[in-house]
Design a protein around this ligand. Structure first.
Ligand code: TYD
Length: 133
């Protein structure tokens, strides 16, 4: 069972030069899984809360490639931590089995999500009561 202590912020090595910035994320190298799915979230108002689920199978890395947002992570021991995503060269690694809520999106926020599995709605736990059961 993963806990809040297994969540980590991963700094990506910047490869920019005088022409501009460049960030590379290679599955299995810069992040601890092979990337099977990419999605991104933008246009969410600052009072919106997204996520509100835990995943049985999927690991994620979240990167605010533009703008900022916050992620509240809660584990089955009811420990919680809030992470601020504010740099395009850092990713938040979330192993399986943790509750997550994304919120406080800046108007320009583009939240890129890298996932270890294809989408399967059956592996989502969408009620926090079920999660704690
Ligand atoms: P949802 O899980 O509510 O997004 P968030 O994690 O940001 O709160 O997903 C919104 C809709 O998009 C829902 O109908 C399911 C669909 N969806 C996919 O089809 N594939 C995906 O990979 C994801 C993340 C969502």
């Amino acid at each position: 069972m993963h806990t809040i202590h297994d969540v980590k912020m991963i700094p990506f090595v910047p490869k920019g030069d005088s022409r501009g910035e460049l960030v590379v994320i290679e599955g299995g190298a810069d992040i601890p899984f092979a990337i099977q799915r990419i999605f991104y979230i933008y246009g969410s108002d600052s009072d919106v809360v997204r996520g509100n689920h835990a995943n049985k199978k999927t690991q994620f890395v979240l990167v605010n490639v533009q703008g900022t947002s916050k992620v509240r992570v809660i584990d089955r021991n009811k420990n919680e931590q809030i992470f601020v995503l504010e740099k395009p060269n850092q990713g938040l690694y979330l192993p399986t089995g943790l509750w997550k809520e994304m919120y406080d999106f800046s108007a320009d926020s583009v939240l890129l999500v890298l996932a270890s599995e294809h989408y399967d709605p059956e592996e989502y736990i969408r009620s926090i009561e079920d999660y704690w059961r």
